[in-house]
Structures are given as C-alpha cells and as structure tokens.
Design a protein. Structure first.
Ligand SMILES: [Zn+2]
Length: 250
C-alpha cells in the first residue's frame, strides 16, 4: 500500500522555478551544465557521507533557505523569515518574483532522463507517486519520488528525497549502495521544467524528520535554522570532490 506522502512546498516551487528560468533565460530546458561544484569554507562543520546524486555538474536554480526552510507558504508563517533565500554561505539572494522563501531543498536543472544515484548506502522507504494534488493550470498531478533512509550511525540517521523523477528503478525495502542508479530525473508532478529537487532530512532522537542543508552553514553567527524552535544543525555532508553546485549564480 502506498503511504501518504506530501511536500507542501513542492506544490508551489516548481511554478516559481519555471517563472525564474523563463524570465531569466537561464535555459531550464537544456539543463545547462556548469564547470564545478562548491567547496566548503573553514567555518563549516563536516560529516562527509554523501556522493553527488548525478554525474557531472548542473546549474543550481534554487538553494535551501536558512531563513526559514519551513516548506510552506501558509498564512501563519507569513510573518517569519525574509522574502529572500538565505544561503549556507550567509548571502541573501533576492528572488525577483517576490517571494522565494521557505525552500527546503536544492533544485538543479537536470535534463529529462538524467540518471540519478543514491547519495549514500541506505534503504528505500518510498518509491513511486506522491498523493495527487491540484497544480495550477496542470490540474491534478503527482510527482515520482524516491526516498532513502541512511543509517550512518545508531544515532545519526539521514534521509534523501529525489523529486520529479521520470522513472523509478528501486522498490520500497530495497537496500541501495552509494552511487547506485535509482531512476531517471524528469518533470513529473507540479513541475514546469525538467529538474531534480533534492531534500535532505535528519531523523532526530525523538523520531522527527527535520530538513537540513547538505551544504551546512558557514554564514557567520548562528544559523537561523539551527536556533529556530524545531530546526536542527546542518553539516556539510558531501565527500571530498562530490559536492554539486550549491548556489545559483546570477
Ligand atoms: Zn525545489
């Protein structure tokens, strides 16, 4: 039986991504490749457990918002955070469509059909379609998603989620190895241009699943998401040389 599965923020972000990519002419349709990934600074904290979820490098079109990655644009949250995205480097990026806050993961402009890889050894806990929902002019849609649980240590558990896929090659309960093919990227669900949305979550001692930034935090001072009630610390999770591009370039 398929589990209930929903990501509130994903219902709006693909539309905004499409607007961004269309208006900025950044070529979302060709999955523009870029030279290299990001490198961490001295102020970061490290837990090097992830490999890149795809071969090569692709343009990062949206980052994790440290202020605040709540994953929803609900009324009650409207007073929180700024209207911009606060990146792991502490830089504020104005999202010119007006409101780019609350992104809970990373978007990369992967062309349709790009092989996707597990970021670490783990067990598949979700594989298939999310619950359908209405996505503007697209009507009822559902994204193909793979979710993998990574038990790094007894008290250190992370999850990775790969959204908008075109093909899923793994099944729930299956064990996967780091770098193993799990399916292909796509444009399914509430998405208006091919891309991968990757969300990383930490499973806390109490069992809560809290989104984290796989690029950590080196913005100076406290990470707003770490000190927020319900937030947690983000670590740089990429192994040496494995980081994708972690900020969108203007
Ligand atoms: Zn996204």
């Amino acid at each position: 039986m398929r589990r209930q599965f929903s990501f509130p923020v994903l219902r709006l972000l693909p539309l905004l991504l499409w607007v961004f990519m269309t208006l900025s002419g950044c070529g979302g349709d060709d999955g523009a490749s870029v030279e290299s990934g990001s490198t961490p600074g001295a102020g970061n904290q490290f837990l090097r457990i992830f490999v890149r979820p795809f071969a090569g490098q692709y343009t990062n079109t949206w980052s994790f918002d440290h202020d605040l990655p709540l994953g929803t644009f609900s009324e009650s949250d409207s007073a929180l955070g700024s209207r911009d995205v606060l990146t792991w480097r502490g830089s504020t990026r104005v999202m010119f469509w007006g409101d780019g806050r609350f992104h809970d993961g990373y978007d990369w402009a992967l062309p349709e059909g790009t092989p996707l890889k597990a970021v670490a050894d783990g067990e598949v806990f979700f594989a298939g379609l999310e619950e359908p929902f209405t996505c503007g002019s697209k009507g009822a849609v559902a994204a193909l998603i793979v979710g993998i649980r990574h038990a790094v240590a007894e008290s250190t558990i992370y999850e990775s989620l790969y959204v908008h896929m075109s093909r899923v090659d793994v099944a729930v309960g299956e064990s996967v190895s780091a770098g193993q093919l799990i399916g292909l990227s796509g444009n399914t669900g509430c998405s208006f241009g091919p891309h991968l949305h990757l969300t990383v979550r930490k499973v806390t001692q109490s069992g809560d699943k809290v989104v984290v930034d796989p690029f950590g935090w080196e913005g100076g001072g406290d990470d707003p998401w770490e000190i927020y009630n319900g937030g947690v610390r983000s670590y740089w999770l990429w192994k040496e040389g494995e980081a994708p591009q972690g900020e969108y370039v203007e």
